[in-house]
Every structure is written in structure tokens, then in C-alpha cells.
Write a protein of this length. Sequence first.
Length: 441
Amino acid sequence: MAIETDQQNESGLKKTLTPLMLWGLGVGYVISGMYFGWNLGLEKGGTLGLAIATVFIIIMYVAFTFSYTELAAAIPKAGGGFDYASRALGKDLGFIAGMAQNIEFIFAPPAIAFAIGAYFNLFFPQIPIIAIAIFSYFIFTYLNIRGVKAAAMFELIITIFAVAELLLFAGVTLPHFKLSNLQQNSLPNGIPGIFASIPFAIWFFLGIEGVANVAEETIKPQRTILIGFGTAILTLVLLCILTFTSSIGVSGWEAIVYKQDGTSSDSPLPLALAKIVGSGNYLYHLLVTIGLFGIIASFHGLILAAGRSTYEFGRVRCAPEQLGKIHPRFRTPSNALLFNMVIGIIALLTGKTAEIITMAVFGALTLYIISMVAVIQLRKKEPLLERPFKVPFYPIAPIIALVIAFSSFIAMAIFNPLLAGIYIVLILTAYALYKLVNQSK
């Protein structure tokens, strides 16, 4: 109890999160990936290509999640991977891990905000998508500034709705499932299609590591983080398999990628359901309405995680010091949240949704690679560090996650050379500025 009090006083962040809230955050960060975007990987790899990529990504995320839980339980800090890498590998690699984490958490929400705008636009076509997306940023940034408990409770409620809707969707579509639909044109682009579909397989799970960034606001973090992380990844794996098979099994992968006019859609579930009940049925409208909850859950949750990541960067002066200040009344990282909102809106205005998603995935994979090295190094460097949870099958689990993450990064760089170059330049420029500022002090 004394240790928790000291940490709370030092950071100023309020401890209010329970295991159930952490499950809601973990699933909520990710669940929009079930509702939109992943189906574009079918265009690259077909059913078999995306399925193979997804199997490897599931293995990576399970191994990564339990390895990351070891770090989060031993070092419950708001900076997540930044703090773990700094302690295990030194400040330089810590900075790169933290910068990668910031890129992931700051660049993913704009893509999701655009999806929120597109969903609302179905009901209110007179309101521009971009206006709804920007308004969403203001609303959910404000909610996060008001307090983490209110934000987490909101996240929990909408996540439960989103999970229930996915189960309802599976219940409606599975009676119409045909194995032959999974076999139609299953590998249209051959082996290269498997590698090209990797970012969309990652999109199924991107962001779950954000659970670690609220560790300082968690009641009894060593126990709560394990329960929250473990139940969240189990829930997401089951939902991924269920959503993938039930939606494609209705009428083949082309039916949930291409609209009637031949253009690509990033809304696979409504397309699948329309094949069964039609677009005028109440179940169709229910899916579209509640599907919005899933997208909002991820948008809101990633804003929360991004705020903590940027806050920690500012607190240790790897970024402007003002970002590391907390709100005097609400005890939330208000400056970091507002800064992230401005950057997110700027990214949103570029209109480059697919490119923004790819940048977020590059950031995530960099974080995963460095964090897995940190797990192994910290075992050697600090063998006596109290570890309330130890990853099973060590060192196999972190090595598996490391190898798959590194291979995925290389494959993505090959298929997205320009974006890979921009990402690397961004990281190196930030690192050069960091070293320059530190040397001048």
C-alpha cells in the first residue's frame, strides 16, 4: 500500500481502474478492427492469404501480450514500452520505443475518426464526414480530460455493446455459412499476397498494449494488469476468428470487399449482413448503429492511451515539459491530450487514411520489437526485480513475438517503401533533436 501511495503522489495520476475496466479498455482499444478495415487485406491476399497472415499475427500477439504483461506488472508506469526499454536498454533505445509508441497511438485515432464520420454520414448525409470526425476529437478529448474513471466506465459500456453486436452478427450469419465460400479464389495473388495483407491482420489487434499505459491509474496493478491483459487478448482472439469466418462464409471474400459499384468498402459486416436480410431490414440498421459503438470504443480508448504515453514523454523531458503536467482539478494529462488532438486533426485533414494506418502499424511493430528485447535483457540485467507475473515458456514466448514482429516490419517495408522511409526519417529526426537538446543542457 505504501508503494502504491508513493507512486500516486509522485505521478499525480489517480488510481481508480479495476480488472473489469481494464478488460473494457483492452478490448475497446482494439474492437474497431473487427468492424472496419481488416477486409481490405482480402483484396491483397484473399481468404487464405489473410488467414495465414492472421494466424501468425495471433501467435505474435498472444506471445507479446503475456511478455508485455511481465513488464507492466513489474514496472507499472504510464509510459509503457518507453519506461520498460529505458530501464532495460538505456535512454536512447527507450526514446525510440517511446517515439514509436507515440506514433502508433497518435496516428491510429485519425483513421478511426474518419470511420466515425462515415458511419454518422449514413444517417446525416448533410453533415460532412470530416466535420463529424473533428467534432468527435473534441468530445472524446474533453471526456478524457474530465477523469480516467468516467472515461473507463464509458469505454466499458460501449465495449460491451460492441462485443454483443459482434456475437449477434455471428448468430445471424453462421446459419448461412458455407465452407465453399471460404475456398473461392482463396489466394488470388499467391505468396506475396500473404505478406501484403500483414498490416490488415495486425489491424485486428492493434492497440491492446495500451492497457499498460494506464498501469499507474490501476488499483493493485500487479494483479489487475494480468487479469485485464489476459482476458482481453482471449476475448479478441475469439472475436477475430468468429468475425473472419462468419462474414466471409456468407458469400465469399469479394462480397465483403467490393460494393455494388465495384469500389472497395472498409465496412465488411454490413455488406455480409445485407446478403442475408437486405439493407432495409431492422437487423441491418441495428448492426450499423451499434457498430458505431465499436469504432467509438477504439477511438476513445486510443485517445486515452496516447495521452498517457505523451504525458510520460513530457514528464521525463523527452518532449516539451508542459506535456508532462497534469490538470490541477481532474488529475489527468490534459496538456498531452490536447496536443495529441491537434496532431490527430492535422493528420485527419490529409485524407490519407490507409497511409495513416500503415504509419501506426510501423510504430506498433517497432514498439513490439524493442519491448521483447527489453524483456530478455531485463531478465539478465535485473534478475532480482520483483516480477508478480512471469511470462510462461520464457524465453520462447518473447523470442516468437520478436521474430514475427521483425519479419512483419521487413515485409511491410518492402510493400510500402515510401511510407517506411518517411517513418524512419521521422524517428531519426526526433532522435536527433532529442540528443541535440540533451547535449545543450
